[in-house]
Design a protein around this ligand. Structure first.
Ligand SMILES: Cc1ncc(COP(=O)(O)O)c(C=O)c1O
Length: 397
């Protein structure tokens, strides 16, 4: 139970730290105002996506952009990006097949997951995919056996990250092991082209790349000293979206990051794999309030239950890591709320440690807009957990 005493230690800034910045375009507005509400829906603006791509490409200069399909695998998104010259980072056979089915040439697709089924490596190789990521000896051997002669990038483990959604531990390998994998790859006839890393998702400031870039440079230098002729640096994703805390404008941010890369690596070929930074701000989710309740009349905080939760699209609220901004359409006084999803699962609570500040007038049946939801929502919601259907998306101009 969250009562006044419990809230006493929570500063107003911790509860409601940031101003809203509504991202709805006229086309999104038209849909929201005219379509009958039929459950949570992502309203995705393809024009916003194109503008983001242009800004990122301008900032990244001659670095190749491989969109991380996992962030939002909708064919509409992939086709729009493909039409602008984007390349793709795929996590699975399914994502590769999706890109190929949209007419994207296999040379524009890299298989970026370091954990792959041998049969899928063989399938991808037959389909024309030539670039694979590795971070373990067994994976190097699998690639040598099932994609002979393929180009590999060895993924470096980033042990610490300042990212809001860190990707430490699971992926990558230590510098010492990476060097051993490079030697092994070369011995097995693979083209050891370079290294990859992911500095963590949602890196709000370019300075947050520093540690990962320094670690990558140390590995690069040692590998060259050991006789490897590296030519390609994959800096992964991490480009941020606006969730309420200011970040530099996309083009400036990308230009700063690429400047940090060039200062260390000179003019090597660079690729980036943005996911969130490209698609998040292009989508908003329209949802509904199912219930507003207090556990006890004395409680200061209300519980607000939405018709969307952690298991139907908002998985990135785990540990309250990604804090989505909400618009309710109500003016007036606000109070602290614990926000929860609709499922019959007690872990389906979105924000409780840091409650959100919502209007006192908020009531059952009200629509809320959850902003910057175009990344890692519909793709996380592909199973009908508890009988709630996967998140629907509509695409507008
Ligand atoms: C290999 C790889 N590349 C790129 C991305 C995209 O990262 P972001 O959405 O932070 O740009 C991810 C995300 O998990 C990833 O695993």
């Amino acid at each position: 139970m969250l009562d006044a005493a419990a809230l006493a230690g929570v500063s107003p800034r911790a509860i409601d730290p940031h101003p809203l910045r509504s991202a709805a375009t006229p086309a999104q507005e038209t849909f929201i105002r005219t379509a009958a509400y039929d459950g949570p829906v992502m309203v995705f603006g393809l024009g916003l996506l194109r503008a983001k791509y242009r800004a990122l490409a301008a900032g990244l200069g001659d670095a190749a952009i491989h969109y991380a399909v996992k962030a939002n695998p909708a064919p509409e998104v992939i086709a729009a990006l493909a039409g602008m010259g984007c390349r793709f980072d795929a996590a699975s056979r399914g994502e590769i097949a999706l890109c190929l089915s949209l007419g994207i040439a296999p040379e524009r697709i890299a298989f970026g997951n370091t954990i792959k089924r041998a049969a899928d490596i063989a399938w991808a190789h037959r389909a024309g995919i030539r670039q694979f990521a590795v971070d373990a000896e067994e994976e190097v051997r699998k690639i040598a056996a099932h994609a002979p002669g393929a180009r590999v990038l060895v993924r470096l483990l980033i042990e610490e990250s300042e990212a809001d959604w860190p990707l430490c531990r699971k992926f990558g390998t230590t510098r010492r092991e990476a060097l051993r994998l490079m030697d092994l790859g070369r011995f097995l006839g693979l083209e050891v082209a370079g290294i990859s890393f992911h500095a963590g998702s949602q890196l709000r400031e370019p300075a947050m790349w520093r540690g990962a870039l320094d670690a990558a440079l140390a590995l690069w230098t040692e590998a060259e000293a050991a006789g490897h002729r590296l030519s390609l640096l994959n800096i992964g994703g991490g480009f941020p979206a606006f969730y309420g805390q200011e970040t530099p404008a996309t083009e400036d941010y990308a230009r700063t990051v690429i400047g940090m890369v060039r200062a260390r690596f000179g003019d090597v070929a660079v690729m980036a794999e943005p996911g969130r930074g490209l698609v998040a701000e292009a989508g908003l989710i329209l949802a509904e309030v199912l219930l507003v309740a207090r556990k006890d009349p004395a409680d200061l905080a209300r519980w607000v239950y939405l018709d969307i939760g952690k298991y139907s699209g908002l998985a990135e609220t785990t540990d309250e890591a990604i804090r989505y901004q909400l618009e309710t359409g109500h003016e007036g006084e606000t109070g602290p709320c614990i926000l929860a999803g609709p499922s019959c699962d007690s872990t389906d609570v979105l924000y409780e440690k840091r409650p959100v500040q919502l209007p006192l007038a908020l009531a059952e049946g009200d629509r809320v807009r959850i902003l910057a939801c175009g990344a890692y929502t519909s793709s996380y919601s592909s199973v009908g957990f508890n009988g709630f259907p996967p998140l629907r998306s509509v695409f507008v101009g």
